[in-house]
Design a protein around this ligand. Structure first.
Ligand SMILES: O=P(O)(O)OC[C@H]1O[C@@H](O)[C@@H](O)[C@@H](O)[C@@H]1O
Length: 366
């Protein structure tokens, strides 16, 4: 046990920028949010936040995806800090149950449509990939942009009647239009929230800027062998090493109507606490999943709100605004683009805003 690392469990820990390579292009809206010039689309369209997992990509750096945080004595990976004392950083329940943060948080900005894909549910992850975690995920839409005159959409869930046999034929023929036609196409707007459970087919369309809170793995099974921009995908990234037939088994063939799709997966955020100067909205909570949670704290100018410890760590992502954090009797500043880890050891955190502020609060599994 490294006693030196334990002292950092009592202070807010900010992470350095952590962009990750993906098969699709995007990222300009992440630059805009981070106030980083120039705002460019490229092959690093995701920012991974408080990540203790590495990304899967061909020929990419070994530690890509791992978050590095700033401490008074230098830069360390969150993973090594947490390992120094899991109970202190994560909280006892999480330390005992998983021994890891149990969650992965991302900002994702798509300039092009992502490939049609599916992620494992827990049962599939266990049997096929020997992993405790699947990749159930959630999307909270923050912004959108029109690309080539196209509205921002997502595709999700099979339409009624789609069978594995039909899906396999479309996959073998690489009939992309045919596959897209099997899924519900849903226009999205800032504020929309969706759960994407393991097994549910989906594709994020172009022009979506969203926060994703998810189980901490990078397992994507996909049915498109070439991306919309023309990038050829390796077999490993198509089926994660389990083969095409097993990849096809990762999908849940339980199609439904458009209305039923919205009922199953669209989430309506609601206020759980408010005053004249603040609102706390619950977005994803235990009624949707036990894998993670997401809330949102809105503060008007010169407002404040205190969050009390709940036995586990949480992560605050400053979507906009600036102000001061009071934690352990000390003051720290925060501003737009900050990503801050608050260990389970911290008893309470007071956020004070100088200007209008929106803070996304991400929580680990319950
Ligand atoms: O298609 P690639 O480049 O692998 O990107 C895959 C991305 O897909 C999205 O639907 C999410 O699951 C992200 O967490 C993931 O990173």
């Amino acid at each position: 046990m490294n006693t030196n690392f334990q002292q950092y469990a009592y202070i807010p820990l900010k992470q350095f920028s952590n962009r990750v390579w993906r098969t699709y292009e995007g990222g300009a809206l992440i630059d805009k949010w981070k106030k980083a010039a120039p705002e460019v689309d490229g092959s690093m369209p995701e920012e991974w936040i408080m990540s203790t997992v590495t990304a899967r990509g061909n020929g990419r750096p070994e530690n890509e995806g791992l978050s590095m945080v700033e401490t008074p004595s230098g830069t360390f990976s969150l993973k090594e800090l947490v390992s120094s004392n899991k109970e202190l950083y994560l909280g006892k329940a999480l330390a005992d149950k998983f021994g890891t943060t149990g969650v992965l948080i991302k900002m994702l900005d798509s300039k092009e449509r992502l490939t049609i894909q599916v992620h494992p549910d827990k049962a599939y992850a266990k049997t096929m990939l020997n992993s405790t975690f699947g990749k159930t995920e959630s999307w909270y839409v923050l912004n959108k942009r029109e690309i080539n005159g196209e509205k921002s959409v997502i595709y999700m869930g099979f339409k009624e009647g789609v069978t594995r046999e039909q899906w396999e034929i479309l996959f073998k023929n690489q009939d992309i239009e045919g596959m897209l036609n099997c899924l519900h196409k849903i226009e999205v707007h800032p504020g929309d929230a969706y759960m994407i459970y393991g097994g549910v087919p989906h594709a994020i369309g172009s022009g979506c800027f969203l926060m994703e809170v998810q189980e901490p793995t990078d397992y994507t099974m996909r049915v498109e062998k070439v991306t919309p921009a023309g990038l050829k995908i390796s077999d490993e990234l198509i089926h994660q090493g389990v083969g095409e037939q097993n990849m096809l088994d990762c999908f849940h063939y339980d199609g439904c109507s458009y209305e039923e799709a919205l009922r199953r997966w669209k989430v309506t955020p609601h206020a759980v606490d408010s005053s004249e100067t603040h609102t706390l909205n619950s977005i994803f909570n235990e009624t949707h999943t036990d894998c993670f949670g997401l809330s949102e704290l809105e503060l008007s100018t010169n407002a404040e709100h205190t969050l009390k410890a709940n036995g586990s760590f949480f992560v605050a992502v400053i979507y906009y605004g600036e102000g001061t954090i009071i934690c352990g009797g000390k003051e720290y500043s925060f501003s737009q683009g900050d990503e801050i880890f608050f260990s389970a050891a911290i008893e309470e955190v007071n956020f004070k805003s100088n200007i209008e502020t929106k803070i996304l609060l991400c929580y680990p599994p319950t």
